[in-house]
Design a protein around this ligand. Structure first.
Ligand SMILES: [Mg+2]
Length: 245
């Protein structure tokens, strides 16, 4: 009989993967997006009237850009055939327009507590952070760089290829294995939409919800996926949630 020598002092450390949404969770760039999309739709579909276009009319959060653009253009009479033919151009034009607007001084807003929250997490080498957004990745990078938050993220995944959040979440998990090989892993999902809360519940992840988007604390809490806060300003309390095992 072989008795294994159990080395109690080398039990694996728990590592934490924080997967965060961008829009309305960390930053607010919706007013810029409103103007960008209006410009881009007008340019690509000159026969359709987009004068009343506003993002507020749509449930865009938690979805990828391709799905959002399809719904938005359809609402203004663009056929699915015309949309399919133009979608790559629309996304490229949106990236250019967004970049021009930032360069001309339009500002992305960093939501309360975000800087301090990310700074404090960055001091812990057992935590890796992935940004998971429905934005085209180049726009997500521009947004983060414009407010000096880009250095906090190890990986940025966008929705420009029409990858939905659940598939992209699986991509994030596969990619994270490069950081966490051989360690137990706790995954924390941070977001402002019910889609994110539901995914956290489905995957068995810890959910930290913030009511800084278009959903109330009550609405997010009803999904029963985790802790819901008004915003990230209760930094120490939220970090305790991230760290607790
Ligand atoms: Mg969001």
């Amino acid at each position: 009989m072989v008795i294994r020598n159990i080395k109690k002092n080398v039990l694996p450390l728990e590592k934490i993967l924080l997967i965060s949404d961008l829009d309305d969770t960390l930053t607010s760039s919706i007013p810029i997006y409103d103007r960008v999309l209006k410009d881009v739709f007008k340019k690509n579909f000159p026969k359709n009237d987009f004068s009343s276009f506003t993002l507020k009319k749509f449930k865009y959060d938690g979805q990828d850009i391709v799905k959002n653009l399809r719904e938005m253009t359809a609402a203004y009479g663009v056929s699915s055939k015309d949309y399919e033919q133009s979608k790559s151009l629309l996304i490229n034009d949106a990236i250019t327009d967004f970049s021009n607007r930032l360069r001309s001084g339009e500002k992305v807003v960093v939501l309360p507590g975000v800087n301090e929250f990310l700074e404090k997490l960055s001091t812990n080498s057992n935590i890796k952070k992935i940004l998971l957004t429905g934005n085209p990745r180049p726009i997500a990078e521009m947004i983060l760089t414009s407010v000096s938050l880009d250095h906090h993220f190890d990986i940025i995944l966008g929705g420009e290829n029409g990858i939905d959040k659940e598939s992209n979440l699986n991509n994030a998990l596969s990619l994270s294995s490069i950081f966490f090989d051989g360690h137990t892993l706790k995954v924390v999902l941070l977001g402002d939409s019910p889609i994110e809360a539901k995914l956290a519940k489905k995957f068995g992840f810890v959910f930290i919800g913030v009511a800084t988007g278009s959903h109330s604390k009550k609405e997010l809490a009803e999904i029963g996926a985790g802790k819901i806060f008004s915003n990230l300003s209760r930094v120490d309390e939220i970090i305790t949630e991230v760290l607790k095992t």
